[in-house]
Ligand binder design. Structure first.
Ligand code: HEC
Ligand code: HEC
Ligand code: HEC
Ligand code: HEC
Ligand code: HEC
Ligand code: HEC
Ligand code: HEC
Ligand code: HEC
Ligand code: HEC
Length: 322
């Protein structure tokens, strides 16, 4: 009894500390308001309180990467166990105001705000709300799935795929809790992009050697704002030999004009070798209009003997050799 009382006092202290943190840094989402209203006795002692009515969720929860981080008994109740995400259990089971945080029934904005209560290290709310995804009402739970036993249409799609592909496809890292491998997940909303990866030449995403998030970060942060850029900085993290600096830089490669590498390359896939937008001299003549038909006719500009160092040269201002 004495122990319990001590725990309660400790809990209240932590709880009020939690309130201050929440109101100062995150403003008022639906989840923030529910947690802010909660008193210590609105919380059930443990996840066992949910067992009676949601046995499947409780039984499978140990499979969730969250379990390891949210089962520490020293955590304040608004950050631990089932209630850390779904809100105080006794408010939920009360006859009046039977409120619960339901990530699938809330608006995408409110749902994501409920995740961001704890994930401001990955990104803060302002950064998230500026993304194309947030603006288009895509929520954290459009890509992530917390409970391993939740049935999703995407999950079914993965299971019904040709079983052989499982040997080669990039499996989602279970730690990231994605609904499916990235090609399936992202492709479910971006089918035109997946189609580009069927080109004869492509970045090896279908082969499972790369994933969409190698180039696109769904989580903007101060550290990786450039990752969605088509510019040199992104591509040369892997193609280091194109990074230069060269004594003679080619402006579009260096990113001085246009969109950098994608002035000449399709980033996803195409039927043209080297992922080129075009394999005719038209590729170069889109800028060098004076070099259309008359300048060394019948050859591509980067043929052996011509501008073989299109990406920049240390010896030749006309890129005739590296
Ligand atoms: C006495 C039974 C009971 C207990 C105990 C209980 N719940 Fe529920 N819960 C329900 C019922 C009934 C519903 C369905 C309400 C509905 O469909 O509108 C529900 C709905 C939910 C939902 C929303 C599901 C949806 O369809 O979006 C969540 C989340 C949830 N409960 C979480 C919890 C958590 C977490 C606990 C423990 C802290 C808990 N519940 C304890 C009875 C209970
Ligand atoms: C990290 C946050 C988080 C934790 C912790 C968590 N849940 Fe959930 N819960 C979710 C999300 C998100 C969903 C929506 C479906 C999904 O992602 O699996 C959900 C869905 C549910 C549902 C509704 C099922 C449905 O299909 O909509 C119930 C009931 C539920 N959780 C109960 C629990 C119980 C009980 C626990 C503790 C054992 C728990 N949750 C722990 C985030 C969480
Ligand atoms: C009560 C706090 C809390 C809430 C709410 C919460 N998380 Fe988490 N989550 C954590 C902690 C703590 C970790 C482990 C440490 C870390 O990565 O920050 C974690 C880890 C994760 C990871 C894995 C990170 C890794 O290590 O690879 C993902 C993905 C994730 N959470 C997504 C979500 C999503 C989506 C939601 C909303 C449905 C959510 N979380 C809600 C606390 C929370
Ligand atoms: C468009 C799909 C998508 C959306 C929407 C999305 N994520 Fe993710 N998330 C991913 C992918 C893919 C990864 C794994 C690759 C990576 O780390 O960038 C990931 C990884 C994570 C991780 C672990 C790695 C890290 O960066 O710390 C956390 C935590 C996380 N997501 C939380 C969230 C939260 C919170 C939201 C909503 C505010 C969210 N995600 C929205 C796709 C998404
Ligand atoms: C639930 C559907 C959904 C999922 C899943 C999804 N997206 Fe999106 N994505 C959208 C919508 C909607 C937009 C905004 C409208 C548009 O430009 O198509 C968008 C926009 C984008 C953009 C910016 C488009 C532009 O025009 O600049 C990129 C890049 C992107 N998504 C990549 C991804 C990646 C990578 C994944 C997987 C990790 C993913 N998306 C998963 C729906 C989704
Ligand atoms: C090699 C890096 C790379 C990979 C891998 C990659 N992308 Fe892209 N993606 C880009 C670049 C660069 C752009 C910008 C193209 C431009 O500006 O012309 C882009 C543009 C996009 C766009 C917006 C414009 C459009 O083409 O519709 C979407 C959506 C997108 N990518 C989704 C995806 C998805 C989904 C995957 C995985 C299946 C993926 N990307 C894999 C580099 C990549
Ligand atoms: C995460 C690493 C990574 C990033 C980032 C990346 N690539 Fe690649 N790239 C690869 C891999 C792997 C291959 C395939 C090489 C192979 O099959 O041997 C490749 C192939 C290519 C090829 C075809 C090479 C050939 O010989 O046919 C071109 C062109 C290319 N990438 C351009 C780009 C551009 C432009 C960007 C930025 C939009 C980019 N890459 C970003 C890893 C990357
Ligand atoms: C002005 C047009 C142009 C721009 C801009 C450009 N490339 Fe290329 N790239 C080419 C051409 C042409 C080839 C084919 C060369 C060949 O087949 O000999 C090529 C080939 C490649 C190859 C494969 C063959 C090789 O030489 O290794 C890679 C990888 C590549 N480019 C990466 C990049 C990256 C990364 C960027 C941005 C930093 C970039 N390219 C910008 C025109 C361009
Ligand atoms: C997006 C526009 C653009 C594209 C596409 C482009 N260039 Fe350039 N190129 C430039 C600019 C800008 C300069 C430097 C300014 C100038 O014209 O003097 C330059 C300079 C050059 C030079 C140096 C000689 C000179 O005229 O100053 C050569 C050679 C050259 N480019 C060849 C090529 C070849 C070969 C291709 C196709 C593989 C190509 N360029 C594609 C914009 C482009």
């Amino acid at each position: 009894m004495k122990l319990q009382a001590q725990f309660l006092v400790f809990g209240i202290a932590l709880l009020s500390y939690g309130f201050v943190g929440a109101t100062q840094s995150t403003g008022k989402s639906q989840a923030d308001r529910l947690f802010a209203r909660a008193q210590a006795d609105d919380y059930m002692g443990s996840n066992a309180g949910c067992m009676e009515c949601h046995p499947d969720k409780v039984e499978h929860f140990s499979e969730s990467p969250h379990a390891a981080f949210m089962s520490d008994p020293n955590l304040p109740p608004d950050k631990s166990g089932c209630q850390g995400c779904h809100g105080p259990g006794n408010i939920h089971v009360a006859d009046e105001n039977a409120e619960v945080i339901s990530f699938t029934k809330m608006s995408p904005k409110e749902s994501s705000a409920a995740c961001l209560r704890c994930h401001e290290k990955t990104m803060d709310k302002n950064q998230w709300h500026r993304t194309d995804h947030a603006r288009a009402d895509v929520a954290c739970v459009s890509c992530h799935q917390i409970h391993s036993d939740t049935e999703t249409d995407l999950g079914k799609k993965v299971k019904s795929k040709d079983p052989r592909s499982a040997l080669f496809a990039a499996k989602p890292d279970p730690k990231s809790m994605l609904k499916a491998d990235e090609e399936t997940l992202c492709g479910s909303c971006h089918p035109a992009v997946t189609a580009e990866f069927r080109g004869a030449h492509r970045h090896p995403v279908p082969e499972g050697r790369m994933v969409c998030s190698d180039c696109h970060s769904p989580h903007p942060s101060k550290a990786n704002t450039v990752r969605q850029d088509a510019l040199k900085k992104n591509c040369v993290t892997c193609h280091t030999e194109k990074a230069g600096p060269f004594i003679f830089e080619h402006d579009p490669v260096a990113g001085n004009i246009g969109d950098g590498c994608v002035e000449c390359h399709r980033p996803h896939g195409t039927n043209n070798p080297r992922l080129l937008i075009s394999v005719t001299r038209g590729l170069c003549a889109q800028c060098h209009t004076d070099k259309l038909a008359g300048h060394h006719p019948g050859q591509t500009c980067w043929n052996a003997g011509c501008h073989v160092a299109t990406h920049g040269s240390n010896t030749d201002p006309r890129f005739l050799q590296h």
